[in-house]
Design a protein around this ligand. Sequence first.
Ligand code: PEP
Length: 258
Amino acid sequence: MMGFYMQRRPLMAGNWKMHTTRGEARTLASAVAAACAKESDRDVLLAPPFTALSAVSQAIAGSAIILSGQNVCWQEQGAFTGEISPGMLKDAGARAAIVGHSERRQIFGESDALINQRVAGALRSDLLVILCVGETLDEREAGKAFNVLENQVRIGLTGVTAENMTRLVLAYEPVWAIGTGRTATKEQAQETHAFIRGLLSQLYEKNVADQLRILYGGSVKPTNVDELMAQPDIDGVLVGGAALDAASFGRIINFEQE
Ligand code: PEP
């Protein structure tokens, strides 16, 4: 399969979290497809709940939208109650998976080691992976943000080869900015993205770091997307709340280059 990056094409991703019935999902996906039909210089990804994947897959057929799961198991089948395998995601029409979202970490107690297993399993199955990392407010205020992020990146990527990095995207999502209406400033986000890219160039060769897409997530809205996307190390966004409204997400997809 071809790599996920192409000269860091902007990737605009919508995470619908635990929202939408199949009918609502179809309507929203069709509206998003209509909003991005003519865009060819950026990628668009939608992550509906598992139950709506097939419906969304049908609704976006013929568009270039990438369909994604919100999580994925590292095993193909077996006694893993409540989990969804890479093959099941692909069967439902998805070719990507979000892994390590802060809600998985904070609410469901997923550890870096568990998240690493998910990353490895998804890559083994040729899925594209969006690995999320991000510090809490306490950690940032204690001056520990970069340490926390370094751990999350190092452990999350343990065993991931440079070749597999072509099918991986990182998403920096400060926990204090998710769903709070409080966005990192563009300077804070850029500084953190540059730190993560620097770390990647230590873990891999520089060209891997240079080509890796790093998304920003945390209260991205039509009103702040342009300035965020103007930052040199921000290669896309992962959007929660504003992705549930077709007009808002359409404006985010069609961000304006400053
Ligand atoms: C997210 O779900 O990853 C997210 C960033 O949510 P919100 O845009 O609502 O802050």
